[in-house]
Design a protein around this ligand. Structure first.
Ligand code: FAD
Ligand code: NAP
Length: 479
């Protein structure tokens, strides 16, 4: 395969003293980064910080614009989280970086395919944020491996996780959080999702991780909360016309097992506390005490974080008791329920009428009682069922990593069970467990869909250091 990379902007060519230094120096270490999310851009950032010989970093990104979930995932009311983009801009503005947007990296293409890729100038990258989606070009991993000394797979987790019986949640009124989040964040593929919030009274969010809390804030907070954010304006209009009266966050296990972090829990409680956010008309129905009681025996074994979670909840209840407010919406945290059957509405193909849940009880793994992260529990079905009336479900049960099509033909092993590219210390492995030379993985596609930007950064830095170490060893062995 022939790959023709045609730089059209002068910034992408070595200039001035830089080019003189390059001409006397050895050829640059050429690195291709697949995916311009936090993982890929932090790998680039660290390479520039720590590799002191000539370097070229070419970044290939499926979207027209970079930054991955820090643009299309992070909630619009978390602008401070997006400050990481300042560091990403320094990577893109480096004269040795080229950004190729709207390019889908696939595992394998026919050898006859010929590509002409044009990198974008850093300022054009910013302007493209609202540009229409161009037809995407493709480039194969095989071509990247031929052209570059190192290839970094940092393409994140790009699919929705479904329930084990994957047919049961395929209904237009069962919306995966990845799509809902992409919609309000202006992600090109979900811009037209238009969830029917104008004809819905009761919504259930399944799962209670931090993404579920983001979704709950979007459904519950007043429209004014989003007004000065970068939320998609059409999404703000949909929220303005929302008829949602009740939001339940439903989890299969117990309160102490909640996947959200205390900081994000406090943020939601504060936002919906009339004493902290004057004018809020949202009422928290609280938590079923039976769900808390189920774990009471475990409390002595709980870590500080888990105990703090209960304290926060109790304190909130005390604080809002008697707070005089008109209620327009209610929300609750519901536990020990697993969805079993989504009942479609006969009148409106866009809606449900109810969802049947199976009630669970918790089983505690005695062997793990002393685990520093807290006791490990498992949801076990009681075979009893509970039916909740509702019209819309948002499933927030995690994102899912997928292989690039044809990846196996490149000798790269994808661990289907965990949805990750198989790697050890960032070095990608073949199905036989052998290191694939020059191919690395970083971020969510290496570790699974868990971790905040800071953890993704630490991971990316470690991978960049591995890449540099391998390069230096190769140079040393070449003499
Ligand atoms: P991603 O950010 O997904 O980046 C992967 C990139 O690869 C994307 O740009 C994608 O378009 C590109 N790509 C995919 N396939 C291809 C392909 N075939 N060819 C080329 N490019 C491709 N963390 C926080 O610290 N604070 C928060 O408030 C926060 N909020 C979050 C909200 C949501 C809804 C989610 C899901 C996560 C949130 N996180 C937050 C976590 C944070 O977003 C992740 O830790 C981080 O984005 C993971 O980075 P990544 O680069 O591995 O993946
Ligand atoms: P998550 O934290 O892993 O939560 C997933 C939720 O889905 C859990 O409640 C889990 O329950 C549930 N679940 C999974 N499979 C299920 C099934 N088959 N049936 C029922 N429930 C199921 O994932 P996330 O919320 O998508 O967040 C991803 C990462 O991004 C996290 O690391 C998160 O902290 C980060 N993030 C951070 C922020 C922030 O910092 N503000 C914001 C958003 C996201 P179990 O616990 O029982 O498995």
């Amino acid at each position: 395969m022939l790959v023709l990379l045609r730089p059209v902007f002068s910034w992408s060519l070595p200039r001035g003293t830089f080019s003189r230094r390059l001409s006397a120096a050895p050829p640059p270490f050429k690195v291709a980064v697949v995916g311009a999310g936090p993982a890929g851009l932090y790998v680039g950032y660290r390479l520039y910080e720590q590799y002191h010989l000539p370097l070229q970093v070419d970044i290939f990104e499926k979207q027209a614009v970079p930054y991955g979930l820090s643009r299309f995932g992070v909630a619009p009311d978390h602008p401070e989280v997006k400050n990481c983009q300042d560091q990403f801009r320094t990577v893109l503005a480096n004269p040795s970086t080229r950004f190729f947007g709207n390019v889908d990296v696939v595992g394998h293409l026919d050898d006859s395919s010929l590509l002409l890729l044009v990198p974008l100038a850093p300022d054009a990258v910013e302007l493209l944020a609202t540009a229409p989606v161009e037809p995407r070009q493709q480039i194969s991993l095989a071509a990247l491996r031929e052209t570059y000394d190192a290839v970094v797979l940092s393409y994140g987790c790009q699919a929705d996780k479904h329930f084990p019986d994957s047919t049961k949640d395929r209904h237009p009124a069962v919306i995966p959080a990845r799509q809902f989040v992409g919609w309000y964040n202006n992600a090109p593929e979900f811009k037209l999702l238009n969830p029917p919030l104008h004809k819905v009274k009761e919504v259930v969010v399944v799962g209670n991780g931090n993404v579920a809390l983001d979704v709950a804030r979007v459904l519950l907070a007043p429209t004014s909360h989003w007004q000065d954010t970068d939320m998609l304006p059409e999404a703000i209009d949909v929220l303005r016309n929302s008829t949602v009266e009740r939001v339940r966050l439903v989890a299969r296990r117990g309160f102490y097992d909640s996947a959200f972090t205390n900081k994000e829990f406090r943020e939601l409680l504060d936002l919906l506390n009339p004493k902290k956010t004057p004018g809020t008309t949202v009422h928290f129905e609280g938590i079923d005490e039976a769900a808390i009681a189920q774990m009471e025996a475990m409390v002595p074994h709980m870590g500080r974080v888990h105990k703090r979670r209960l304290d926060m909840y109790r304190k909130f209840q005390k604080d809002v008791a008697g707070a005089n407010t008109t209620t327009t919406r209610t929300w609750s945290l519901d536990y020990l329920l697993s969805p079993d059957l989504f009942e479609a509405s006969k009148d409106d193909p866009q809606l449900l009428t109810a969802t049947h849940f199976t009630k669970n009880r918790l089983e505690v793994d005695e062997a793990l009682l002393a685990d520093p992260a807290g006791p490990k529990t498992r949801a076990v079905s009681t075979r009893e069922s509970q039916v909740l009336p509702l019209q819309l479900v948002i499933t927030s049960i995690g994102y899912k990593g997928e292989p690039l099509p044809g990846m196996l033909q490149n000798g790269i092993c994808f661990d289907e069970k965990h949805g990750v590219v198989l790697s050890v210390d960032g070095r990608v492995r073949s199905p036989a467990g052998v290191t694939v030379p020059g191919v690395y993985a970083a971020g969510w596609i290496k570790n699974g869909p868990l971790g905040v930007i800071a953890t993704t950064m630490m991971d990316a830095f470690a991978v960049a250091e591995t890449i540099i170490g391998d390069r230096e060893n190769q140079e040393a062995s070449r003499g």
